[in-house]
Design a protein around this ligand. Sequence first.
Ligand code: PRP
Ligand code: GLN
Ligand code: MG
Length: 539
Amino acid sequence: MAIKGLEQQQIAQRLARQTEKTRVNVRSLNEECGIFGVWGRQDAAQLTYYGLHALQHRGQEGAGIVSNNKGHLWQERGLGLLSDVFRDPARIEALTGTAAIGHVRYATAGSHGVENIQPLMVNFHDMQISLAHNGNLTNAMSLRKDLEEEGAIFQSSSDSEILLHLIRRSKANTFVGKLKEALNIVRGGFAFLLLTPHGMYAALDPHAFRPFVVGQMPEGNYIVTSETAALDVIGARFVRDVQPGELLAIDDNGLTIDSYTKNTTLNIDSMEYIYFARPDSTIYGVNVHKARKRMGAALAAEQPVPDADIVVGVPNSSLSAAAGFAEATGLPNEMGLVKNQYIARTFIEPTQDKRERAVRMKLSAVKDVVRDKNVVLVDDSIVRGTTSMFIVRMLKEAGAKSVHVRIASPIFKFPSFYGIDMQTTKELMGANNTLDEMREKIEADSLGFLSVDQLVKAIDLPYDGQGTGLTTAYFDGHYPSPIYDYAASLSYFVAKDLVDFAPEPTTTYHPRQVSSLRNEETLADGTIHLDSQTIQGVE
Ligand SMILES: O=P(O)(O)OC[C@H]1O[C@H](OP(=O)(O)OP(=O)(O)O)[C@H](O)[C@@H]1O
Ligand SMILES: NC(=O)CC[C@H](N)C(=O)O
Ligand SMILES: [Mg+2]
């Protein structure tokens, strides 16, 4: 299908309108969802609920599950936490059938409506399709405009819906053929799960921006989900990470691993290791907690605090980095801040006043721990600076002699369009202030960040391909791909040589560049097939 591009000017106007909306709503880093799918189990919806529960940190604004009962798909979705949406047990009971996909969403501004809560579902005259997406499509706006001009009617304002339209419009003969064609038109970050009456499909973008893993239940049934932590809670074993450009098909015959493109490369989002993923998850062979500890240790070496008495981590996500900092320096790792566990993540609250209130309600200083101490305050990131600003003040009010802020990632300067959809630099403290201005604003006695080189070393991806295998664009301005509809929004930085974009890959990324996949066998037709048999040795 011929999809015309949008003129740069129209896109710039649209982005300007969006930015205005963003400014009013003071949008957070969004577009970070969790997805889970299972095929071939009587308890499919219940299992999906448990899996999503383990992924709740990835999105808290809405949740949904779609099940497949003998070829008929049924959808339940709503706004709020998973436990709110499924408070009434009848909603899970309604999701009968032996396969299900689910989604927890972190909404975009102006689109908090239930129509954007996933999994999305469409009823065609000849089949139903349900779709769950983690990521952000960078050419969605221009594709949508072109599709609408050709008569398409969208049900939602979500970028994800594009894929369903592209599948329907494809002239390919089979569903997989249509899906492959659609996957080759969309750009940006995507881990997609699709459920049809006949199978479950999982596809990862050609850069593997988002984490996506395959697991297997003891009885043999396959799971595909965002993080390994979701496999652990349901008792599934980890099988493999989905590779860039792969298309997995799961049905009653087992799992077939195919690919929709051979033009791939590896650029896992470093923010998954820094902040987003759970510490008990492992992404491409790297445990997140251990990576964060190494970031903390590297930070201690790069940004030492000579007169420090204690290290204090900011609960939750920086506790691992604080442990690494303390271990490397021999300083006591103290609980100088306590978190009220009933407050959700602040970073993903949709408005600034809500975020500020959330920080106050969420974190309190432990006076007897910090009084008269020179404190090294370790956090994993400064985005808007809301958290640092409040807790430095809080620690000083609690009697700390000095507060030295150490951030276990580099300065966050540029937006992300691949999944953490910060579409503007306006809100980023690191984009609008010098290091000293930042230090002054957060009222810290000193402030230091980890360098990009040390971050990459600390993650220590077991990868021997080209580049680092990671996306670090937020820190160094080197985007691993073009950003299409968003390009105009970064033209200022491009003109100043602060930002550049690698072209899309034209070669094959070899999965065996990741050590965990080196023993896998590829069939003569290029696919890998795994039967859904009971795992040997498991009852
Ligand atoms: O500079 P800011 O705009 O405040 O954003 C950065 C903060 O937000 C995140 O924590 P968050 O409170 O979201 O979640 P956590 O409890 O999982 O660490 C992150 O770990 C930083 O602490
Ligand atoms: N956070 C996500 O990954 C959300 C997926 C999709 N872009 C949406 O807006 O719903
Ligand atoms: Mg935090």
